[in-house]
Every structure is written in C-alpha cells, then in structure tokens.
Design a protein around this ligand. Structure first.
Ligand code: GDP
Ligand code: MG
Length: 759
C-alpha cells in the first residue's frame, strides 16, 4: 500500500507523524487518505491558512462526480487551487481520498464589461475521490462514506457531470446521487430539529450549446425526482420530498479542450456565484431562472465554528468509518464539550499568568509569618476574571448553548475558587496589619498624651480608641471594597469585617485594662502626695506640746495628741474617697465596665493603705520620732502656759516642771505605737473599709498586692499586728533614749539657772 505520506505536485504533505510545515501546506491538505485515515493535523493546516479565528465566517464546498470528469481541473480554475490533475496522456486516477484547500482568489470576473465580483471569505474546497462506483464493492463503500462526510460538513455540493450523461438515468452519476440522497435521509433522521439544507450545484461539462441549459435542468430535475421516489425511505419520512432537504442550482461550461477561451470565461462567471450576497438575487433553487444568485445561504451553514472544525470533522469521520449511526447533534455536543474545555484551558493559562505570581507572593508572606497586602489586587482580580470569561465567551458561545453555559459556569467556578482564596488571604493580611496598626496607634497616642501630662493624664483614652477604631475599620472596609467583583455573588466580606471589628473590640478591652492600670498608678501617686502632706502635718503637730501654734489650752493633755489617730484615719478615709471618685469618673469616661471599676477601687483602697503605712513608718523612724518627742518635751518644759520662754531662776521648781513635762511626753510613746481610734480604743475597721474581694477579680489583679494583716486572713497576721506602728522593744528603747535626752535638757536648765544668778 501507499506510504503514510503522499506527494502533491512534488510537495511533501505527510498525514501522520509531524504536522506539515506551512510551505508543505502550500497546495492543500489531505483530510482523509485512501486508507480512510483522518489527518490528525488538519487543524495545523487551518491555522497556517488563518481559518481558525474565522468563527462562522467560512464556507465549505465539496465536489462530487465520476472519476476523471475534470473535477480537479474545475476547482483549480474556480478557486486557484492546485489539486492534482490527471495528465492528458497518462490516464489514471489521481485524487485519493479527500483533499482540502482554501480558495486562493478574492474576486472573480463576471465578464462582458461587468466588474470583478468579490468572492466570499474563507472558502474551503474539498476534492472528493471520484470512482466508477459500479466496479468495486470496496470503492462503493468509500464513495458512500465520503458522500456522508461531505454532506455532514459542506454547505454546497458541486455535482460535476458531462452533458452527454444528462438523462442517462442508469449512469454512474445517478448512482452517486442516489447514494447522496440515501445518506442524507439517514443523516437527518437523527437531526429532525435543525435539518440543515444543502445546495446541490450541478455543473454540466462539455456543454455543446445545442440543448439549452433550461432543458438540461428539466431533465435532471425529473431524474432526481425519480430517484427520490424510488428511494426506500426510513419510517416517518415516507412522504418527504426532495425539496425538503435540497436546493438546486445549475450551470453549464463549454469544452475545455475544444473551446479553451470560452471555458475560461465561463468558469470566471461561475466563480462570481461563490459569494454571500444572495439577498440581491433570487435564492438558488428549482425555479431559479436567473442563474446568478450567490450560493452561500446562511441556512446551508453547518454552524461549526472554524476553531472546532477539525475536531468535529474527525469525530464525524470516526462515526462514519466505524459504521455507526451518524448523530450530528450528539457530535455537536461532544465537540462543544471538547472545544469549551480547550478554550477554558487556554483562557486559564492567561489567568494563571496574572494570578499565580500573586498567589505565591501571598503564600510566601504567610510562610514567613508576615502576611502581605498586595497593592492593587482588586484591579488585577477583576481584570483577570473579566478577561477569562470574556475570552471564553467570545469563542465558546459559538458552540452548543447548553454545553457552553455549563462550561462557563465551570470556568467561573475555577476562577472564583482562586480569586476567593486570594481575597481571603488579602483580607487576613489586612486584618492582621489593621489590628497591629490600631494597637500601635492607640499606644502611641497614649504615650504622647502622657508626655504632655496635665489633669487626668493629658489625654482622653476613650476618644483615642474611638478615633483609631474608626480609622482601622475605614481602612479595612476600603480594602474589602477594593476586592469586590461585580457579578460575583461570593465577593462579599461582611463576615470578615465583623471578625475584624470583634478583634478590635478585644484589643480595645486589653488596652483599656492597661489604661486602668495607668490610671490606678496615677491616682495612687496622687494619694501618696496628699497623704504625705496631711499625715506629715499631723505628726508635725506633735512637736508642739500645746497642740499647735495656737492659743494656750487647759487640761492635762492637748486634744491634738489624744485624737491623733482619729484625725489620721479621717484624713486617710477622706483622701481615699476623693481618689475613688476621681478613679471612677475617669474609668467611666473610657467605658470601663462596673466590674472593672469595682476591682480598680478595691485595689486602690488596699494600695492606699499601703501608702499610709509607708508614710507612718517614715514618720516613726527612730531619729524622726525622737526629734518630735524632744520638741514636744521642750515645748512643755521651756515655755510657760502663755507660750513665753522661761528664764530659770534658782528658786524655780525646775525639777517639778521637768518631771511633768517628761511624763506628759512619755505618754505619747504608747499612743503612737498603735493605730487606735480614741472612742473605741480599737483599731480602725480596716477589713470592712477595704471590703471583700470583688467576684471578677483576676489572678493578674491580685498578683502585685501586699498582704494586709486582718484583711487577708490566710496571711496569718492579725489586724492588731497590722496596726502596730512601734514594737514593744522599739517603744522601750525610744523611752530610754528620750529620757536621756530630757535629762540633758534638765541639767542644762539647772546650770543656766545657777549661772544666771552668778552673773
Ligand atoms: P478528476 O478526476 O475529475 O479530478 O479529473 P481531472 O481534473 O484530473 O481531469 C481529468 C482529465 O480530463 C484530464 O486529462 C483533463 O485535462 C481533462 N479535462 C479537464 N477538464 C475537461 C473538460 O472540461 N472537458 C474535457 N473533455 N476534458 C477535461
Ligand atoms: Mg481529481
């Protein structure tokens, strides 16, 4: 048998193996070889000839007829093709299988002064192997199969016939036509809905001119009708008429060898009919008298987009060759699936190019623990999505509608899955950085406010939080709005916004906790300074034996000494109450909860007690207290009731005065050693005053607290101990030191009395 490649006019055009080069395609392509193999590279040819992007703007013509009736010759003249032509000397079959070529001419000459007429775009011509079908069974099979193939794909079927064959009903041509009609019925049995029509264009060759074309046409029509009636028709189509499926057109050409000039002119005229402007002339058909109409009616078109033609043709041929019932609607659906998948893959390549780098950028960010916000992501997403879907629609919409719609949904699904993940990643990055920015902004604003200082810390915490929250939410909304894709219902981000706001709330609560601590510290500081002053003042009063620098008093003991602790307790309680009011007001101003305030106040009372204790300890430090006692004693000893300094004379009862003053001052030591209220002689009600720990007290709230005896029972320290200002030993020691000091003063007084006399 023949090799898998053939030579056309000396040009190599392989059917299997590598696709042919553009140059090898110069003279056409073999669609089906003599072994009934379909050329898998047909699409390469269509690509080389730039047919693929034509959509529906292309036409397919097949030529039929007995072997060596000048078919190839006719096509080459009409369309400038270079199909193999039998040499005039060596008579043998040349065309094997089915060949295809594009029309190489733009215009055809209408002749007789009429101008050149534009031919239709992208005409594809198929030269079908002619046989004398009578002779071999094998050939008859091929003839039938190629007729079916041509019918399934072509809009116009040129039937090439000698004039002297017209009317020869038994002739080979009529056998071929019978085949065409039969396969046509078989073909459209399955496709009742669309029943595309075809044009049978009879070209009568070697027309002598003696019999007018109209007569020849009549004869042919009679013959065709006869064939149609004798045809055994499938069930349901018994009453169908030939006109239901075919239109007819006729043309006659003079003898090419005997009248070469006329032949050329007439072929040129015939060429003008391969155009689309059928509207300006009558539709070609049984009653067409004009013989001038354009042949490409839209209803002849098989509606297979050019980019799917090779796949479709191969599928059709596969069905035919395997003797399966040719089911064109199914073929068209299969084609649609195949092509839509292919187109989908193509558009996804471009989509991928735009989106993949962004996906990796995002993944890298997440991997490094630093999610990135990709600037302009929304624009890229929208553009990529629109392009993908638009490109898909441009090509895919030419295919079976149901399949196309389904595949578009699939494509949208694929695209959207990725875009959704991308936008989620973007928003999670925006979330993370938004929370971080918010925390940082609030902290910075507080710090700035603190530096500025002033009443209440110099800033409004609640206002800072509100302002920064507004900014953060605005920014997040902006980002999510930027990611919105119109027409994509999934592209909504309310939930993400809610999560973001929720976390801002949590962060605010944490920051507010910190702010509460800062407030507590500030209020404590205030308490310390107030107590430092007022308690210091109370102790200073001890220096005066007569209760301050006022008028002289009567009675054994000045009220100031006896009421010392009452006044300290009162001052302390009042100061802390003021501090509590300040704390409450400030905490409320930044929305602290009642529980938080309660905890804060409880802590404040305890801490304030600690402050007071520290102040008391400072006051009773050995040196300090001794000094106070000395002052107290000297005040009583050296000044008289009117506050006038005494000048001791030897006659004065120095010893008596000394003893009284000393004993009076000594009573201060036990008084000072214990914090007791004068009325009850009991410690102040510190446990009740501090109160029980609030229910919402947290571990952290308790951690930095110093235990208080009598308040924190499990500390094993009693309230008595808590209220002990001076221990027993310290008191005794203080008494001894004081007495020594007083003795010194007494001796000095004695001396000065004697010395004063001596003077
Ligand atoms: P095909 O087998 O139908 O393609 O026929 P070809 O185009 O190869 O031509 C077969 C032979 O017929 C060649 O020798 C041609 O020169 C000859 N031929 C071509 N056109 C005509 C014609 O119009 N009239 C006659 N009588 N012979 C022709
Ligand atoms: Mg030929």
């Amino acid at each position: 048998t023949a090799p898998s490649s053939l030579t056309v006019n000396g040009h190599f055009a392989p059917i299997s193996g590598e696709p042919a080069t553009e140059e090898q395609h110069e003279h056409g392509v073999q669609v089906i070889d003599e072994d009934k193999q379909f050329n898998p590279h047909l699409s390469t040819y269509l690509k080389h000839k730039n047919i693929i992007p034509a959509g529906f703007n292309y036409h397919l013509i097949s030529v039929f007829g007995s072997q060596s009736t000048g078919k190839s010759t006719l096509l080459n003249h009409l369309f400038g093709t270079e199909f193999d032509v039998m040499s005039e000397t060596a008579r043998k079959q040349t065309t094997k299988g089915i060949w295809m070529s594009v029309n190489k001419r733009d215009h055809s000459d209408g002749g007789a002064g009429s101008e050149m007429r534009k031919m239709a775009d992208n005409i594809l011509v198929m030269d079908v192997e002619g046989t004398d079908g009578r002779e071999r069974g094998e050939d008859q099979d091929f003839e039938r199969k190629s007729a079916l193939f041509a019918l399934a794909t072509s809009e116009v079927l040129i039937v090439n016939i000698w004039e002297h064959q017209v009317g020869l009903y038994q002739g080979a041509n009529m056998g071929l036509l019978k085949t065409v009609f039969e396969v046509n019925l078989q073909l459209f049995l399955k496709d009742k809905n669309s029943t595309p029509r075809s044009l049978l264009f009879f070209v009568i060759r070697d027309h002598l001119g003696t019999t007018p074309l109209s007569n020849l046409r009549e004869t042919l029509i009679q013959d065709l009708t006869r064939i149609w009636t004798t045809l055994s028709k499938p069930k349901g189509l018994e009453n169908s008429r030939i006109e239901d499926y075919f239109d007819f057109a006729f043309s006659a050409l003079p003898h090419k060898i005997l009248q070469p000039k006329n032949f050329i002119t007439e072929v040129e005229k015939l060429g003008t009919r391969f155009r689309e402007d059928y509207r300006d002339s009558k539709k070609p058909g049984l009653n067409d008298q004009e013989l001038d109409g354009g042949v490409f009616l839209p209803e002849y078109h098989r509606r297979i987009p050019a980019d799917g033609f090779s796949v479709y043709a191969e599928g059709v041929w596969d069905q035919i060759v395997n003797n399966k019932d040719l089911d064109l609607p199914t073929q068209q659906e299969l084609l649609a699936q195949f092509r839509c998948d292919e187109i989908s893959r193509e558009v996804l390549v471009a989509f991928d190019e735009a989106i993949s780098p962004l996906e990796s950028q995002q993944a890298d960010g997440v991997r490094l623990g630093n999610p990135t916000i990709i600037p302009g992501l929304g624009d890229v997403m929208r553009e990529s999505r629109t392009n993908a879907i638009k490109d898909f629609e441009t090509e895919g919409s030419r295919y079976h509608k149901g399949v196309f719609t389904r595949k578009r949904t699939e494509l949208e699904g694929k695209v959207d899955t990725r875009l959704k993940a991308l936008s989620q990643g973007q928003l999670s990055a925006a979330h993370k950085s938004g929370v971080a920015d918010f925390t940082q902004a609030v902290t910075a604003a507080v710090k700035f406010g603190q530096k500025r200082g002033g009443k209440g810390g110099g800033y409004d915490f609640a206002e800072i939080v509100e302002r920064e929250k507004g900014k953060a939410v605005g920014k997040f909304k902006n980002e999510s709005e930027g990611l919105r894709i119109v027409g994509a219902p999934w592209s909504k981000y309310e939930q993400e916004l809610r999560l973001f706001e929720k976390e801002l709330g949590e962060v605010s609560a944490r920051l507010r906790g910190e702010e509460m601590r800062r407030l507590a510290t500030r209020v404590e500081r205030w308490v310390r300074s107030r107590l430092g002053e007022s308690i210091g003042l109370e102790f200073n009063k001890l220096g005066s034996g007569r209760g301050g620098s006022g008028a002289p008093e009567t009675g054994e003991k000045p009220a100031t000494e006896k009421d010392l602790w009452d006044r300290i307790w009162t001052t302390f309680a009042k100061t802390v109450r003021e501090a509590e009011a300040i704390f409450t007001e400030r905490a409320r101003s930044f929305d602290a909860s009642p529980e938080e305030v309660e905890v804060g106040l409880w802590r404040l009372r305890r801490k304030s007690w600690g402050v007071l204790k520290a102040k008391l300890e400072e006051e009773v430090m050995e040196g300090n207290l001794l000094l106070k006692l000395r002052e107290n004693f000297e005040d009583k000893f050296r000044y008289d009731e009117a506050g006038v300094p005494r000048i001791w004379r030897p006659t004065d009862d120095i010893e008596g005065a000394y003893t009284r003053a000393r004993e009076s001052t000594l009573t201060l030591i036990p008084l000072l050693s214990r914090f007791r209220l004068s009325e009850t002689s009991a410690p102040p009600p510190l446990p009740e005053w501090v109160g029980v720990p609030p229910a919402s007290l947290s571990q952290a709230d308790e951690e930095d607290l110093t235990p208080i005896g009598g308040v924190d029972e499990d500390e094993g320290k009693s309230l008595e101990e808590e209220m002990t200002v001076l221990s027993e030993t310290k008191s005794q020691d203080l008494g001894v030191r004081f007495k020594k000091m007083a003795d010194g003063v007494y001796v000095e007084a004695k001396r000065s009395a004697i010395g004063g006399v001596a003077q």
